[in-house]
Design a protein. Sequence first.
Lengths: 404, 464
Amino acid sequence: MTGRKALGTVVAAVCLALALDAAVSFLPENPYLRWRQLDGTIYGGLRWTFERIHFDLRPVDIAIVGASRTQLGLGAKMIEDRLQAKGQPVNVANFSLEAAGRNLHWAIVDELYKTKAPKIIVVGVDAKPYPYGHPAFKYVASTAAVVRPPEPFLHNYFYDLAYLPSRKVKTFVAQLFQDATGLGRRFDPEVYRNARTDFTSSFTAEGRFVDMDREVSRETLLAQTPPPSKPARVAHLLSWCCNEGDDHTYIREIARAAEAHGTKLVFVFLPAYGDPTEITDRKFLEQFGTIVDEFNLSKDSRLYENWSHLNHAGSVIASARLADAIAGQELSAEHSQGGAKTWPKQTCNPDDLVGATQLLHRALAKTLPVTVTLREARSDCSGHPPLDLTRTAAEACASGAAPK
Amino acid sequence: VSLTSPLFFLLLAPAGIAFYLVPGRFRALYLLAASYLFYASASRMYLALLLVASATSYALGLAIAKSKDDGRKSLLFFAGVVVIVAIVAVFKAAGAWKGLLLPLGISYYSFKLISYLIEVYWDENAAERDPVLFFLFPAFFPQIVSGPIQRGETFFAQMRDVMRRGADGAQIEMGFAFILGGLMLKMIIGDRLANFVDLVNNSPGEYDYSLILTAVVCYILQLFADFAGYTYIALGVGKIFGVEGPPNFNAPFVATNIQAFWRRWHMSLTLWLTDYLFTPLSMVFRNLGRIGIAIALTVNMVVLGLWHGFTPNFMVFGFIQALYLNVTVLALGWRARHRPKGGGQAADRWLSVAGAALTFALMTFSLTFFFSPTLGHALAIVSRLLGLASSGTVGWWDLGPDFAISIWICMAGSLFIGLGCPGMKGIFTRVDAVMPRWAQYGVGLFLWTVLFAEGSGQFIYGQF
């Protein structure tokens, strides 16, 4: 056999494999399963994110997206209370998640607009933009979002694309054989109710207790601070030749979506300990929204749990200042009349509503400040067949009726 | 650049094509440059160490070959071996006691260089005079991460051959098949088992007896899938460049005793130790009879253990292997003397099955010391296995049925491959008749892309 024939065999094999990969990428996919793939990991909060967006009728007036700094540094409840005290009752949801990567924040915002109409989206930013994608993006992003990103050759593009066939097969099999794959598609109100969504007080993650009330000495914080890292050469090269990096690309996308839905963008900068107080791409961000960065926290070691994250005391200050910065803006004009009215008509899926009403009925009504009543929720779905309340939310999801 | 990373394969394809486009006489130089580039991408700092070790061995090899005086020859030889062993020992000690990361592939290229010096010491004609070819020998990038440990003589001959001829299509296709098989073994089976083993090994106190027992059994299967998978990839990449590396595994789980097991497991290392340590030691102690053999075996296996690292765990692992081997030698001798003449074949077959099961169990037990980070950790696991310490409460049910099923399937897969894939030859022959090779590879590649487990992608033997 000649070398050319061997090369032909290899090329043919690779082409066949790519064709089969492309074919499975067309398999249908239940989005709820996508967002549940990371259950039990540090990104397990994505399941709650989807459920908050799709199965919880309460509106989201202010949505926060960002990495762990905004996850630990901003308390949704604290912001709600502060704004309530100022006469602005709102629902705040903090969707921030461990690790940086702007594409995930865009995916969350994109999902959010399918059922909610937030007035403000708060985006956590760092002193320097992070040029890469988020490791969880490949799990939750739609096929189209993975295959056709807004700009070519983003740093994680091929890694995310390479995972797509595997994900498609996994979620497809999970759809066929419910629970046998460990990827259940039943919505469990108990799990939703018990999900940890506020990380401004002490918690345990990956077996490690994070004491948010502790104060760390200045020396310890300085010792923890890693040396500044340079972006990898490949990312640098790609940013130079083909795109602006994930951060700028997806901030543009978030801004575009926000503009289309009449949402204001607020960029919040929660610095690491000792961070410079200036954001390097201030001008870029100012094109799209307001920057809230005058916290002056980064010199006070008493406000930090570790070099990168605020502790509880720090989060109280940051949450209050953010609330003060956005107070007075039109946040939720119709809030007091019931959140169901902010639920866009096109997503008023009766099956979801069944799930949501069951959820409200069984789990949330007594424990969360729900402002919508079942009657209001039902009335907002007029024109749909009468609701069968014996069906469970799980059935709603299992029927494949989870919002598209 | 890892041997499983997409970037590696993206670069491998043009590198392989360019290799055959380069004029024959420059191919070794091209491969040397590629190998140093590969090494520098992982460990720029230690590239100098590789160069120093290579240059020392090259100079000493030529000096030994030239020397007419036996005393001077021995002096040069011992100086070379001492220098290389000292380099390895210093880094292994620093790794064990100071947590220093070992220079990439030091255990492998140092053994290659030592074997070269020994061969030249024994036969001056084995000396390689072409510096490019010689420097390529320890640095050859498919083998530098985790072997296999090839001998100089075969490597130089194969390189000379590939510098004279064009591309061998059959060899390249076989290389592709090896790479694909290795990727599937490592990333579908090995990494999935690794996730389970790591889970239990990180906090064994939390898990119940059945999970700890399964994790311990799982480790030998994971290690096999991981290391054999790596070896297939390394051999496959080598084939693309016209180099046939030595095999490292030969259906190790069919071994009916420990002696046979070590002839089938990490073969390039055990063969190296047999040739350059055990055999000379046996000669030295030949007057002591069985005791001499026992000493040689013990030293051999303890060195094998310490080759992995200067930690108490690996030493205990080595001593356990020495104990196993010495008992095996005695048992085999006893059996040969007491074996009834004309014994039944059925009895032999059952004995073989029992022997294979016992060998597997013994190796499984000893590997507890291999995969545990400390001796205390290993003893804690052993005490739980023996029922001397209480187990935790987390069981299979808590891990979820899907996790359990995938682990059991992967364990069965690794065991099946470790048994030499019985019956698969016939199936492949039938498939060959109805499906062209490219389609088989395509389907295999597709299966790999959808079934690979998300793991670290690191190779266990990469740390040695």
